[in-house]
Write a protein that binds this ligand. Structure first.
Ligand code: DLL
Length: 450
């Protein structure tokens, strides 16, 4: 069975999305394949990356072949983002730079960017997985696929692009920005699939409405939205305003880019592609695995990546996973919507809050538009959170104060935190062109109260 999977791909059936057998493999077969690939990935790291060998030795491993079961994974130390930064730019690569085919990087708010590299074979795997991802979400060969993920060092644009081509789609490589033009292209070219961050998809929906274009009457049917946290209520909003099925997809550059996990039309968790990645969920404090179904930090190991093997990488993303069968027939595990990175979590007077939880309260609230930002300020020793939201155009300014009180009341009762809510005029909150900036942290600039 394991051999069958590899031969199926090697036989030239290019889009694994067209190979339901890979996605519906019995779990025992999948786990046997994972072990075999993990052993190879560990050997690659051990033999090609001196830093990996040193830290694996320090953790008590004297030979990579000592890993004999998936449970042995617990013996390997965890990796974190700063490991990549500390070895900037190429220190953790398992291949000489001249042997690579592409570099990507994530900007990072502090210090040096995180640089990731791909061999030709890595790019091939990525295109296969992204084709499978798009297919799983409902895209098909021959579909016009409007790709509004940013092109460039960010993995979203090119990742979706090559996957869409591999699937046999007709790619429109628009990237982010020039939103009026994007609306015209979606309508004129008859796009059936839209790839974008959910916040940018919302910006497209808004501009279409301002132009009097009803996207529900367009050919759009599938939205493949990801790269940032978003809420179930935002899903409803996007589906309603664009007339499509909105599906969540997850990925990160350190592991590959988009194409790590995606929802099927059941919309009941994202299938993580376990033939290429090994998923664990740990307690971020004790670093021990949590029971299946419990929330914790997602940790991913790459099983097939050549240029940059990552072993037990701490994503900082909080989620939970289930291996229960999905109604779609796929056997690959499902991870729940990612509420946010543990680093984005705000602690408001002792209560943990993710911006996406606030979003869930805001979207669809009468009189309120789904655009928002959280502003953090320090007043003396206390951190204060101000929520800036927009009123819908039809709302009279005289009603802003009442709306603010209504939003504050619902946030208090649903999330348990008190926030200062400012309702602003339509258009006041900056629109996203890619990943939305949900939190403005002004704490360093705040004046201390004497
Ligand atoms: O955002 C890759 C990507 C592109 C995924 C397009 C999906 C679509 P990075 O820029 O390295 O890579 O950012 C990765 O973004 O650790 C999460 O915190 C967040 N993220 C990505 N997808 C989701 C999602 C790309 N569906 C970081 N839900 C990750 C919530 C997400 N957060």
């Amino acid at each position: 069975m394991v051999a069958y999977v590899d031969t199926a791909i090697a036989a030239g059936h290019r889009a694994p999305g067209l190979h339901p057998d890979v996605e519906a493999m019995p779990r025992e077969t999948l786990e046997a394949l994972q072990l075999q690939r993990l052993q190879a990935s560990l050997c690659n790291a051990w033999e090609q990356v001196p830093w990996q060998r040193a830290r694996l030795r320090a953790a008590g491993l004297s030979d990579p072949r000592e890993l004999r079961s998936l449970a042995d994974l617990q013996r390997l130390p965890l990796m974190v983002k700063s490991d990549l930064r500390d070895h900037y730019p190429f220190g953790l690569f398992a291949r000489p730079v001249a042997g690579l085919a592409r570099l990507h990087a994530s900007s990072g708010t502090t210090g040096k960017p995180t640089v990731v590299g791909y061999t030709r074979a890595d790019l091939d795997t990525w295109a296969e997985l992204m084709a499978r991802t798009l297919h799983c979400a409902g895209a098909r060969a021959g579909d016009v696929i409007h790709n509004a993920y940013g092109y460039g060092l960010f993995t979203g644009g090119l990742g979706a692009h090559y996957g869409a081509e591999r699937l046999g789609g007709v790619v429109v490589p628009v990237s982010g920005g020039s939103t009026e033009r994007q609306v015209a292209l979606i309508v004129d070219f008859g796009a059936r699939v839209l790839c974008a961050t959910p916040s940018y998809a919302l910006a497209i929906a808004e501009v279409a409405e301002q132009q009097g274009v009803d996207l529900r009457k367009s050919a759009l049917r599938v939205g493949v939205f990801g790269a940032e946290p978003w809420s179930e209520t935002m899903r409803g909003e996007l589906q309603e305003r664009m007339g499509l099925q909105a599906l969540d997809n997850y990925g990160l550059s350190e592991i590959m880019g988009p194409g790590v996990a995606v929802e099927c039309p059941q919309q009941d968790g994202m299938h993580g592609w376990e033939d290429h990645f090994l998923f664990e969920v740990i307690d971020p404090d004790t670093l021990l695995p949590v029971a299946e179904g419990q929330v914790g930090e997602l940790v991913i190991s790459t099983l097939t990546k050549q240029a940059l093997p990552m072993l037990r990488y701490r994503t900082r993303d909080m989620t939970r996973i289930t291996k229960a069968p999905c109604a779609c027939g796929r056997t690959h595990l499902r991870m729940l919507r990612v509420a946010g990175r543990s680093d984005d979590m705000l602690i408001v007077r002792g209560v943990n809050v993710y911006p996406s939880q606030i979003e869930a309260v805001l979207v669809g609230r009468p009189g309120i538009a789904p655009h928002y930002q959280l502003v953090l300020e320090r007043h003396g020793a206390l951190d204060q959170v101000r929520l800036e939201v927009e009123a819908l155009p039809a709302v009279a300014q005289a009603d802003y104060a009442r709306l603010a009180a209504d939003v504050a009341h619902h946030i208090k009762s649903l999330i348990g935190v008190s926030t200062e809510v400012c309702v602003l005029a339509p258009g006041s909150v900056e629109r996203s062109q890619g990943k939305a900036v949900r939190v403005r942290d002004l704490r360093a600039k705040s004046v201390p109260v004497p």
